[in-house]
Design a protein around this ligand. Structure first.
Ligand code: T3D
Length: 262
């Protein structure tokens, strides 16, 4: 049977590739479970120092597989709150809580929860031909997988509302102009560029990078006082790391540092 998520570990980077290309990598239950297991591995395995998420084929991810939601098949209406609780929400929380860099290479259309999973990642690169669609409005749903959170925080209400209410596609270059993603790159260069970025992050001081991620995510809800306290505590931790000692030593010895993520 074909695996719904391909996993490959090289140079400290765990690459997870959503792999249902015939369905534009939309989520069935198996793919939900496989993606969650892959991200959990990134949490648990010290050999993983960065995560790279992408999609197979011409799309990144088209959200939920609507074939699994076909009302014509009869039966009671599905409890979508339950499916968010069981599948999407744990995945979103795992991505945000992972104290290692998460790079997302959006190789094609990202729709519905597929777009919002990308926005939960730390650094998002997209092929210039890729587009992001809050497709929910077209089928009577609300933006989930953290969409109302990320769109509003990153873009502000006017753009978040327009994207969510109209379900208009947003092209990669405009998404980058708006600050919703890091950058749009030539299609042919996407995987090389995203792979090189993930590899260089994985070779970096990943303990410090993880703390940095924690701080930036906390800033949206912290007061300045709380944030300053948190920076003090995290800097104390970073200052005791082997990577900090190595970074300063390498600087003084005018050589490249060799970080171990400790
Ligand atoms: O249910 C819950 O658990 C609640 C959570 C919901 C989370 C969500 O994500 S809800 C939103 C679900 N997603 C969508 O509504 C997007 C549906 N797809 C589209 O609107 C379009 O496919 C795209 C705009 C993404 C791409 O359009 P296009 O023209 O490039 O491709 P296409 O021809 O529409 O799709 C190609 C194939 O993928 C096609 O199959 P076929 O005809 O070749 O056999 C299409 O049916 C299939 N596909 C695309 N998206 C989905 C899908 N099949 C199942 N589910 C999909 N979401």
């Amino acid at each position: 049977m074909t695996e719904t998520v391909l996993a490959a570990l090289a140079d400290g980077v765990l690459t997870l590739t959503l792999n249902r290309p015939d369905k534009l990598n939309s989520f069935n239950e198996e793919m939900h479970r496989a993606l969650r297991a892959g991200i959990q591995r990134a949490h648990d395995d010290a050999a993983v120092r960065a995560l790279l998420l992408t999609g197979a084929g011409r799309g990144f991810c088209a959200g939920q597989d609507l074939g699994d939601r076909d009302p014509r098949k009869g039966g009671p209406a599905p409890d979508l709150g339950q499916t968010l609780e069981t599948f999407y929400n744990p995945t979103l929380r795992l991505i945000r809580a992972l104290e290692k860099p998460v790079v997302c290479a959006v190789n094609g259309v990202a729709a519905g929860a597929g777009a919002n999973i990308a926005f939960a990642c730390d650094i998002v690169l997209a092929a210039k031909s890729a587009k992001f669609i809050q497709a929910f409005a077209k089928i009577g749903l609300i933006p989930d997988a953290g969409g109302t959170f990320s769109l509003t925080r990153i873009l502000g209400e006017p753009r978040a509302k327009a994207l969510a209410l109209t379900a208009e596609p947003l092209m990669a270059e405009k998404a980058a102009d708006w600050g919703l993603i890091w950058k749009a790159v030539e299609d042919a260069a996407l995987m090389d560029e995203a792979g090189a970025l993930a590899k260089s992050l994985a070779a970096g001081p990943t303990l410090g990078l993880g703390l940095t991620k924690r701080l930036i995510q906390a800033a949206a809800t912290n007061s300045l006082d709380a944030q300053l306290d948190m920076e003090r505590d995290c800097q104390r931790q970073a200052g005791r790391s082997a990577d900090y000692a190595e970074g300063v030593t390498a600087f003084l010895e005018k050589r490249r540092p060799e970080f171990r993520g400790q």
